[in-house]
Design a protein around this ligand. Structure first.
Ligand code: URA
Length: 239
């Protein structure tokens, strides 16, 4: 995968595109042993070594981001009509990023974005039963009886019995309830269908946790950041 020299340097933290272009033009950058002054030179970071002031630039092959997904974006890499979650990850065009699993267009919250296919596969594989926690506002009053039904397994899709799930009531009145739901599967529209099955309806849905990884509260809707080393180690543990 070839990448422009100025883009590679700005993606690895050497400054904005403008700053790294200047750095290149002033002769601070070498590719292998040669000083390069062309910022649009395309190089293969797996084969060629890049140096800034004779210090080697470490290019990451795999990158991992958490995104606070806003409503209105679809969980895909490209789409002719809609904005995609990948459009929100600016500055990483050459990394062939994709979302790990999907959130509905109107769902907000924690979505992982990566280019590491093996990691994504292990995290999403249904038989691994990794927990995902959602915060939801739903129609009507949710009660302890519903907690029991969720624990037992709700039947959706004319006959599929979902695995046991944990339902926690944060607030409940006869108009609406605020709840947290923890599921270990990822069926299409699963949370929405589970509430429909008990005669309710999801009015707002936000994913707040995957395994032990919590959505960073400092991320505004549409913002993203790299996972920390520790977050990645924890997330990969026993995948
Ligand atoms: N369940 C849903 O119904 N929608 C989502 O986006 C995620 C889980």
């Amino acid at each position: 995968m070839k990448v422009r020299l100025d883009r590679l340097l700005s993606n690895t933290g050497y400054g904005t595109r403008k700053e790294v272009k200047q750095m290149i033009r002033k002769g601070h950058v070498k590719v292998n042993k040669t000083v390069i002054k062309k910022d649009d030179l395309k190089i293969d970071p797996k084969v060629e070594k890049v140096y800034v002031d004779d210090v080697e630039v470490v290019h990451e092959t795999f990158v991992y981001f958490m995104l606070n997904k806003p409503a209105g974006y679809i969980s895909a890499t490209v789409d002719q009509v809609h904005k995609t979650v990948i459009d929100l990850i600016e500055g990483y065009d050459n990394y062939e990023l994709f979302p790990v699993g999907r959130l509905d267009k109107d769902t907000e919250g924690l979505l992982l974005i990566t280019n590491d296919g093996g990691f994504a596969h292990l995290l999403m594989a249904p038989r691994r039963k990794h927990a995902k926690i959602y915060y939801a506002k739903v129609k009507g009053e949710i009660t302890d009886e519903h907690i029991g039904l969720f624990k037992e397994g709700i039947t959706i899709d004319t006959g599929y019995k979902c695995k046991s799930s944990r339902l926690k009531i944060l607030e409940a009145n006869e108009d609406y309830s605020i709840v947290e739901v923890e599921i270990t599967e990822g069926k299409f529209h699963q949370v929405k269908k589970m509430f429909l099955a008990i005669g309710s309806e999801v009015l707002y849905l936000k994913r707040i946790q995957i395994r032990d990884l919590k959505l960073d509260e400092n991320l505004q809707l549409g913002e993203f950041r790299k996972l920390t080393e520790q977050e990645l180690i924890d997330l990969k543990e026993n995948l």
